[in-house]
Design a binder for this molecule. Structure first.
Ligand SMILES: [Zn+2]
Length: 237
C-alpha cells in the first residue's frame, strides 16, 4: 500500500475561507473499518442533532455555500487515535462509514497528519488533535458554526481564542492548548473569534459534549435578539 501524499492543491481550489486544509497529510486506504459500529452510530446520532439545529451543514447563504462543522471521537480501543468527519462532508445528510477518516498520528510542530480512510480528514483536524493531546479526559470534539453563540460569547462568558488567531494556523494550535490549560471544567464550550461563527465543544462523552453545547445555544437564543442588539464578543469575556 502506498501513501498518497498531498500538497493540498486540489483542496485549496475547491475550498476557500471556511474549508481550506492548511496542513500536509498522508492518506492510506483503510485496513478494514475505520470505526466500530457502536462509535459510528453515536457519531451519526449526534451529527444528526447538530444538523437539525443548523450547527453543522451546508447552505447557499452561509460561508459561500461550503460545508461547515465537523465531529470527532477518540477511539476507546486506541486512545492515541481518533476518527473525524472527512473534509467537506457538512452537506451530507447521513454519513456513510467512508465519510469518516481515522487519524493515526499528528505532528503538531510540522503540521502533518497521518490518516486512514477514503477521503481527506476535516480541515480542522489539527485543532481537534490539539484538544485530544491537551487532555486525555477529552473523548469527543464537536466543531460547529453558530452566529448566535458566537455573537453571545462575551455575554455567556465563554472562553475564546483571540480574534487574530486564524483557524488551522500554528497560533490556533497554541491558543487551544493555552485555553484548555487555563479552563479546567469539562465538558467545555469555547468560541474561536478568528473563525467566523466558530464554536468548539469538547468532553468525556458525546452526551456531555452535545448537551452542554445545546444548553449554551438555548441561553444564546434567550439573549440574542439580532445582529444589532448584541455587541461583538471580546477576547476576554
Ligand atoms: Zn469551522
Amino acid at each position: 500500500m502506498t501513501d498518497i501524499e498531498s500538497s493540498n492543491d486540489a483542496d485549496e481550489a475547491a475550498e476557500t475561507a471556511e474549508g481550506a486544509i492548511r496542513f500536509a497529510y498522508a492518506l492510506k486506504p483503510p485496513e478494514g473499518s475505520v470505526v466500530s459500529s457502536e462509535l459510528f452510530g453515536r457519531i451519526q446520532a449526534w451529527r444528526q442533532i447538530l444538523i437539525r439545529l443548523a450547527l453543522v451543514g451546508q447552505s447557499p447563504g452561509r460561508y459561500q455555500g461550503l460545508g461547515f462543522g465537523n465531529l470527532s471521537a477518540r477511539d476507546p480501543e486506541q486512545p492515541e487515535e481518533f476518527v473525524i468527519t472527512a473534509s467537506q462532508t457538512g452537506g451530507i445528510d447521513r454519513l456513510a462509514e467512508e465519510d469518516l477518516t481515522r487519524v493515526i498520528g499528528c505532528n503538531l510542530d510540522r503540521f502533518w497528519v497521518d490518516a486512514q480512510g477514503e477521503q481527506p480528514p476535516s480541515s480542522e483536524t489539527l485543532t481537534h488533535a490539539m484538544i485530544y493531546a491537551a487532555d486525555p479526559r477529552i473523548e469527543w470534539v464537536f466543531h460547529c458554526h453558530s452566529p448566535e453563540l458566537w455573537r453571545s460569547a462575551g455575554a455567556l462568558a465563554l472562553p475564546c481564542t483571540a480574534k487574530d488567531v486564524d483557524y488551522g494556523s500554528p497560533e490556533m494550535v497554541l491558543a487551544v492548548a493555552e485555553l484548555l490549560g487555563s479552563h479546567h471544567s469539562r465538558p467545555l464550550v469555547f468560541a474561536s473569534l478568528g473563525h467566523r461563527d466558530g464554536i468548539f465543544s469538547c468532553g468525556g462523552t458525546a452526551r456531555d459534549t452535545g448537551g452542554l453545547l445545546v444548553s449554551y445555544l438555548a441561553r444564546a437564543l434567550e439573549i440574542d435578539v439580532g445582529d444589532l442588539a448584541v455587541a461583538e464578543p471580546t477576547e476576554e469575556p
